[in-house]
Design a protein around this ligand. Structure first.
Ligand code: ADP
Ligand code: MG
Length: 478
């Protein structure tokens, strides 16, 4: 394994400016807090790619289609998934409960699109330096597929321009050692397949994609890269609306969804919002979700696919007997290799063990609620105190997960104008796209869709880039 390039302070400063300017020139950017639309800042990044073993990278990539298929199968099967969601709704009536209510209402009214589009991301850390272990499987609003290829191209530029060489201007890494993610291309392709199947298997570019976005989204460039690719390669136009804007700006005619102003017909509703209670500050936003669901546009994801990505379902799937219903034994073993132990916090025998472990050795665990988007988990020593603030009957809404112990590397992070040379740990995300029929799990399209590496300070528990805990990184394969 090569060590990180060692640069003099002058060369490092020069590298920083090169990285900043390349990023601004090529859209490796985010909005700063309290921005106006013309303000932009560099996305937090590493200056160098972080080493990842080739075998682990290939394993994570090769298993993605199996994961896509697994989630399509459990959504297609529905029986126990619906039962679980019913139960989760009781613990979380204000969010899961309301989503489930909309799901039921749409089903009753019959304006239901049975085809479903998933743009997924499976997140891993390296355990003991070599094996990939899954952190979580995301089924809604996965981000950074747009910025990931950009940082890879930045690292390639710095490498090719000789900026990683302290003395001369040699390439420091071989070109194949620092791969570029295909996630912009492949995520856009996945969305275009939603459009294709909406239009009875024809590439109709008259229908449009509707991005559902958060108000004041700081990560909009990540989304724009996907939008631009949709237009450039697939000739598909996109609109961006917040949940708050839906009722006023869309209309349903027959069973189809239209943009009111232009009467463009929407083929795919692509949610980059709507995954947490904060996205629904008032009833208008819940009405918006109902409006978006209650028509024939293909949803990315549908409510039931969104809810299949909750941590409780992830925990249930770590039991081999549950996996065996959906795949052969060999595949069960292969997928199980990517799991660490996840316990329920209920009255089952496993749950009893978990409740003891949570108090006796909390330092080995993270406690997770059914929430997405960062900042919700309870780590290590905070677990016992947190549990004591709850009624024991409510513990069931959480899962207890073994902590993965990833390798530490000393990379260099730039955040705004500051350079930090710090111990970091990295999380590898693998994107996947799938179009399937929710009524029977029948798969129309299933692809691996690129990757993402995010890194954070080794001392911080959480890794959200947008939330301010982490940065986007690239891979040096060894
Ligand atoms: P969210 O839905 O909020 O993204 P995650 O399950 O991804 O929740 O957890 C957030 C972060 O916490 C992860 O990005 C990772 O840095 C850390 N984390 C979560 N689970 C583990 C684990 N089992 N071991 C080590 N770190 C973890
Ligand atoms: Mg996560």
């Amino acid at each position: 394994m090569k060590s990180f390039p060692q640069l003099s302070p002058e060369n490092l400063e020069d590298l920083k400016v090169k990285a900043q300017q390349w990023s601004l020139a090529n859209g490796l950017v985010m909005y700063p807090p309290d921005f106006q639309t013309f303000n932009v800042s560099n996305a937090p990044i590493t200056l160098f790619p972080t080493p990842i073993p080739k075998t682990a990278f290939e394993q994570a990539q090769s298993i993605q289609k199996t994961y896509n298929e697994l989630y399509s199968k459990i959504v297609g099967d529905k029986k126990w998934l619906i039962d679980e969601i019913k139960q989760l709704s009781q613990f979380d009536p204000e969010f899961t409960g309301k989503l489930f209510e909309i799901y039921n209402k749409v089903n009753e009214q019959g304006n239901f699109q049975s085809l479903s589009l998933g743009i997924f991301r499976s997140d891993y850390m390296l355990h003991d330096g070599k094996d990939i272990k899954q952190i979580e499987f995301n089924t809604v609003s996965v981000s950074f597929g747009g910025l990931s290829p950009k940082i890879n191209e930045l690292h390639t530029y710095l490498n090719d321009s000789g900026s990683y060489d302290n003395d001369y201007s040699y390439q420091y890494y071989d070109t194949e050692e620092i791969p570029v993610s295909s996630s912009i291309k492949k995520i856009a392709e996945g969305i275009s397949k939603g459009n294709y199947y909406y239009n009875d298997e024809s590439d109709n570019a008259k229908t449009v994609i509707l991005f559902i976005v958060q108000p004041n989204e700081r990560n909009s460039f990540d989304q724009r890269h996907i939008e631009y690719e949709l237009l450039k390669t697939h000739k598909l136009k996109s609109y961006r609306l917040t949940l708050e804007e839906i009722i006023e700006n869309t209309t349903i005619n027959g069973d189809k969804l239209y943009i009111k102003k232009t009467m463009d017909e929407v083929s795919v509703v692509y949610y980059r919002s709507g995954y947490g209670p904060g996205d629904y500050p008032n009833e208008n936003c819940w009405d918006a979700r109902f409006q978006l669901e209650n028509n024939k546009a293909i949803k990315c994801p549908s409510i039931i696919t969104q809810l299949s990505g909750t941590k409780k379902i992830q925990q249930i799937l770590t039991e081999k007997s549950n996996l065996s219903k959906y795949m052969d034994q060999e595949t069960v073993e292969e997928i199980s290799k990517t799991f660490v132990k996840i316990y329920p916090m209920d009255d089952s025998p496993e749950g009893q063990i978990a409740k003891k472990l949570a108090f006796e050795q909390p330092e080995n665990f993270v406690l997770k609620p059914q929430r997405e988007g960062g900042g919700n988990n309870i780590y290590k020593e905070d677990i016992p105190g947190f549990l004591k603030t709850l009624d024991e009957k409510n513990w069931e809404a959480y899962i207890l997960m073994e902590l993965i112990n990833p390798p530490v590397h000393k990379n260099t992070i730039i955040r705004n104008n500051d350079i930090f040379n710090n111990d970091i740990i990295s999380e590898l995300g693998i994107f996947g796209s799938i179009v399937f029929d929710e009524t029977n799990g029948d798969i129309k399209y299933n692809e691996y869709s690129g990757w993402l590496l995010r890194s954070k300070l080794a001392t911080s528990n959480e890794g959200g880039v947008a939330a301010g805990f982490g940065c986007v990184d690239g891979i040096y394969l060894y």
